[in-house]
Ligand binder design. Structure first.
Ligand SMILES: Cc1cc2nc3c(=O)[nH]c(=O)nc-3n(C[C@H](O)[C@H](O)[C@H](O)COP(=O)(O)O)c2cc1C
Length: 324
């Protein structure tokens, strides 16, 4: 229940590597603001800037991130698990992805419910993909665009309005996450059976990075350690390599891609052609299916996708900058 006389306190918490989720999070936040009334509070924060324990101070908590490896990245899982149980408060979930929402909602929504939250909505958007093996332009580039952002703003406003009505007693507005076949029809419309080519790619992905000690400025610079979403990097033992095969690592290669000194060396050569085949045999058919369903708006014409050109790993470091 909202305390009488106090406004609705809402927050959007997001994790974003390449900026897509950040854009969506800010659009949702604009929606929260638009729908807010006098006395309401609407905050926005990056995941790493807030403590999960502070979420008890909010009546409505929105959590979002990119999809990685068909689900939420581990920093999001751990954020939710670190929240104090907050019986009856409201939450909503959002993500951006390069092709399929997959198991994100199926993992995150029940996890929030386990913390005592009432999940009042969820949504997902396509986002461009920056990944060392991926050609540029990529099939989903251009997303999120102005239409996506307008939709996200509308979603934010809807969450505030719905939350207020549910707090007033309209509990029939609480949605139920579909399960089984109904879930798959929305989030896994094409069975995610990895093709042999894609499995070959997974076998060929680099498992270790060398750290060039001449370029590396550790311990003065701890950029890779501070920004690894799963806390996998530790040079304190004096061993300067990064392993991508630990259970925690999600092989995002953010460390290599964003090292300000270009000190992290990964050889992507072997995996790249195999990934191209994976894109053609796995991701392209999924996107074509979703396009036919009217769920994917293609912004880059297929003729502009050049499989062999312009890989981020051929460019100068950093390949992109994380927004600080
Ligand atoms: C390591 C990695 C794994 C990814 N896994 C998936 C996935 O399983 N499904 C998907 O649809 N997109 C996947 N993506 C694409 C991202 O979800 C997408 O680019 C997202 O919009 C990035 O958000 P950001 O810009 O906020 O970081 C992956 C991207 C990376 C780098």
């Amino acid at each position: 229940m909202l305390i009488k006389g106090e406004g609705l306190k809402s927050i959007v918490v997001y994790y974003s590597q390449t900026g897509n989720t950040k854009k969506i999070a800010h659009a949702i936040h604009r929606g929260l603001k638009k729908a807010s009334q006098t006395g309401d509070q609407y905050d926005i924060a990056r995941l790493k800037d807030v403590s999960p324990r502070d979420m008890v101070n909010y009546d409505l908590i929105g959590i979002g991130s990119p999809i990685m490896e068909l689900r939420e990245p581990l920093n999001v899982t751990e954020f939710i698990d670190g929240m104090k149980p907050v019986d009856g408060k409201h939450a909503f979930v959002f993500n951006t992805h390069g092709c399929l929402p997959s198991w994100y909602m199926a993992n995150v929504v029940p996890r929030l419910i386990q913390r005592g939250l009432t999940v009042i909505g969820w949504n997902d958007w396509f986002g461009s993909v920056v990944y060392p093996f991926i050609m540029k332009p990529y099939l989903t580039d251009g997303h999120p665009d102005a239409i996506d952002l307008e939709e996200a703003e509308h979603f934010g406003a809807e969450m505030v309005e719905r939350s207020r009505r549910i707090y007033k007693g309209e509990t029939q507005l609480i949605p139920k996450l579909p399960t089984g076949k109904a879930y798959d029809e929305i989030y896994n419309p094409v069975p995610m059976e990895p093709t042999p080519e894609y499995l070959a790619f997974l076998k060929a992905v680099p498992r270790v990075a060398k750290v060039n000690r001449e370029k590396c400025k550790y311990p003065k610079c701890t950029h890779c350690i501070d920004n690894c979403p799963t806390g996998c990097i530790d040079f304190s033992s004096g061993e300067f390599s990064i392993r991508f095969d630990s259970k925690r690592c999600i092989t995002c290669y953010l460390c290599e891609q964003t090292c300000p000194n270009g000190a992290i060396e990964v050889d992507y050569t072997e995996g790249t052609p195999l990934h191209d085949v994976g894109v053609k045999t796995l991701f392209l058919p999924i996107l074509e299916h979703m396009e036919k369903q009217g769920r994917f708006r293609r912004l880059v014409p297929l003729k502009d996708i050049k499989y062999e050109d312009n890989r981020p790993w051929k460019l100068k470091h950093p390949h992109f900058k994380i927004d600080y």
